[in-house]
Design a protein around this ligand. Structure first.
Ligand code: SF4
Ligand code: SF4
Length: 336
């Protein structure tokens, strides 16, 4: 059974939330994974342009300062996205992170400018920056999600540490295609593709799925956003993939997890807007098991999440998370 620690926002606390967050991390033993003069990846989500629901940089700054005080060397990290937006490419993602207040530590976009820098574990395409990092703080915002029912630690790791091609793999298990109406035949993708998978037609290009590796780099270099993919995978398939990626990524790493059950919105922080929350703030959970912390988070908001998306069984990610060895679903909670 995994041990989790809980800071309950529904009760009056002795000190302000930032001080209590430090106490939560200390009580849960989060600092125990740190080594002096060693890099620590602080994996979070900087929020899409127009979104205000992501975990506040004030909390993350406090965590970063705590890690620094210990003598370790924290940096913030996220990856490029599949959907169009300012997080689609590494350079604009960095700029947005700064605008959203994440300017107090080095920021790295783990899969590079075009999202095509990755390594593979059993077919999972993982952002290259995670290859030689063995210590992480994973800071996740618990909220609803259109495809997976809810998203928190498993999604932050399994999807959030995947490269652009990894996300493509998770979302559709298919290959990209060219929308010929939008293609201006500039050949940027043709010159970019290292697999010779893009062929010229008369006035547009096409992708040969037999040669395509699914790296998704061509999607980034296309100035017209003419390269697309089918968001066709069903929820269960995406959740299973997220669990598989998570199990690959967490293996041999020391990771401390914090789930923020605050601003619990119907959809994820990739939206270009903010939405009203589906319930009042609950608090912060902490621990070392991504499956247990997500199970406990889900159990606290089960009614609202299930009502939001009655057709999705959002516990599929928890089932496979445990099955693939990322953690266990049984937990006990200690209040601080
Ligand atoms: S066509 Fe396929 S292999 Fe070539 S850049 Fe695009 S995703 Fe990568
Ligand atoms: S980069 Fe985009 S617009 Fe240019 S040829 Fe490729 S698909 Fe067409």
């Amino acid at each position: 059974m995994s041990e989790l620690y809980f800071l309950d926002f529904r009760k009056k606390q002795k000190e302000n939330y930032l001080n209590m967050l430090e106490k939560l991390i200390e009580a849960a033993g989060g600092l125990g994974i740190l080594k002096q003069k060693t890099p620590v990846a602080v994996k979070t989500h900087f929020g899409e342009d127009g979104n205000l629901n992501f975990v506040s940089p004030l909390y993350i700054r406090r965590i970063v300062n705590l890690i620094k005080k210990y003598g370790a060397q924290p940096f913030l990290i996220d990856t490029t996205t599949l959907y169009s937006g300012r997080r689609f490419r590494g350079d604009s993602h960095l700029e947005l992170a700064k605008e959203h207040g994440f300017d107090f530590a080095p920021v790295i976009i783990g899969d590079g400018i075009h999202g095509d820098e990755y390594f593979e574990i059993d077919g999972s395409k993982i952002a290259i920056a995670f290859k030689n990092i063995d210590t992480m703080f994973c800071i996740s915002h618990f909220k609803g999600h259109l495809v997976t029912g809810f998203g928190a630690a498993l999604k932050n790791i399994g999807m959030g540490c995947a490269s652009k091609g990894g996300k493509l793999h998770l979302h559709s298990r298919s290959r990209p295609y060219v929308d010929k109406e939008k293609c201006i035949f500039c050949l940027k993708c043709y010159n970019y593709c290292a697999y010779g998978a893009i062929a010229k037609e008369k006035s547009h290009v096409i992708i040969n799925p037999d040669k395509c590796s699914g790296c998704a780099g061509c999607m980034s270099v296309c100035p017209e956003r003419a390269i697309k993919f089918y968001w066709s995978a069903a929820s269960d398939e995406v959740q299973k993939g997220i669990a598989q990626y998570t199990a690959h990524i967490v293996r041999n790493k020391k990771i401390f997890y914090l789930n923020f059950l605050t601003n619990i919105t119907p959809d994820c922080d990739c939206l270009h807007t903010s939405e009203p929350p589906i319930c009042a703030d609950i608090g912060i959970l902490a621990g070392f098991d991504p499956v247990a912390i997500d199970q406990a988070s889900y159990d606290m908001v089960k009614k609202e999440i299930d009502r939001l998306r009655p057709d999705i069984d959002s516990q599929v990610q928890l089932y496979y998370g445990e099955k693939f060895g990322a953690g266990e679903r049984r937990y006990e909670i200690k209040n601080i």
